[in-house]
Design a protein around this ligand. Structure first.
Ligand SMILES: [Zn+2]
Length: 309
């Protein structure tokens, strides 16, 4: 089969810009990374992204047909502009990422939110491959969500759709980064677990400490994870009703500790579902790890090119 060339995916996070050269079937031929110069504002971040893209273009055998960007924050996909930023990337809000990179590189560029890109990647060539409706949850520092239905990301009318981490889980509950109270992210995230650890064991304790203590049988640590599992089950059951997906995938840093909460979460989920239509079997771990963001961005660049439908 003759190769149609490559797209480049760039995933911008608070610590690094991770890029990859990706074929139209999702195969990754090369990767490149550079530290994110968070102190240099938008100009520094854009220059670093361009540098990672050039590293990859230089190593490509065959044409590069487009670039996709995955970034934290709220992205207006139609224009590829970051509408709302994130505390991890100061000065990023308002940046026309796609337009700037397109001028700089002379290639078509599209951009999307990192949770959407990760969901797109998993549906394209990860744990949701071949399925119609895929919900992907990123359990990391925060709680990201993306929904892909028949090859399209659910964006809503203003690009703010599928912000699953900001559904209300506990009315008038804990304060959330978004300014509201009781959001999913305020309970189900590494940050939330870290706060619980600090409350129990003092400053310096974090989610790692919590998992380690739970493993060694600490009763308080296990209680925190019990509540975490129950909250997660509530969210998963809501997601089955909202989207009727074939799978709900869990990725992100906390997915590496799934053995500490997933079995209890599944038991609780099955208790609530009581065998009606859905079961906890639909909850699985994501497959692409930290590559999901750039693979999804590259896949969206393929979609934009018209070669991949
Ligand atoms: Zn919120």
């Amino acid at each position: 089969m003759p190769a149609a060339g490559w797209t480049i995916g760039l995933d911008v996070g608070g610590t690094k810009v991770l890029g990859g050269l990706v074929a139209e079937d999702g195969r990754v031929a090369a990767t490149a990374r550079r530290d994110t110069p968070v102190g240099e504002g938008a100009a520094g971040i854009l220059a670093t992204m361009a540098a990672v893209a050039r590293d990859l273009v230089q190593g490509a055998v065959g044409p590069v047909v487009g670039v996709g960007v995955s970034t934290a924050g709220h992205v207006e996909a139609a224009t590829g502009t970051v509408v709302d930023g994130t505390p991890n990337l100061p000065g990023w809000a308002g940046t026309p990422v796609a337009a700037w990179l397109s001028d700089e590189l002379g290639l078509p560029v599209c951009a999307d939110n990192d949770a959407n890109a990760a969901a797109w990647a998993e549906a394209w060539c990860g744990a949701g491959k071949g399925l119609r409706t895929v919900v992907a949850v990123t359990l990391g520092t925060g709680f990201g969500g993306g929904v892909v239905d028949a090859g399209h990301v659910l964006r809503g009318a203003r690009g703010g759709g599928a912000e699953l981490g900001h559904m209300i889980l506990v009315p008038d509950g804990r304060p959330c980064n978004c300014g509201r109270s009781g959001c999913v992210e305020a309970y189900l995230s590494g940050t939330a677990l870290g706060r619980e650890a600090e409350r129990l064991w003092g400053a310096g304790a974090d989610a790692h400490v919590l998992f380690a203590r739970a493993e060694s049988g600490d009763r308080l640590a296990r209680e925190v994870l019990e509540v975490f599992s129950a909250h997660l089950a509530t969210v998963m059951v809501s997601l089955t009703s909202l989207f009727d997906p074939e799978v709900i995938l869990i990725g992100g840093g906390l997915s590496r500790r799934a053995e500490a909460y997933l079995p209890r979460m599944k038991a609780r989920m099955d208790l609530i579902l009581a065998g009606r239509r859905w079961s906890s079997d639909m909850v699985r771990l994501a497959a692409l790890g930290e590559s999901a963001g750039f693979i999804g961005a590259a896949g969206q660049a393929w979609q934009q090119s018209g070669i991949l439908r």
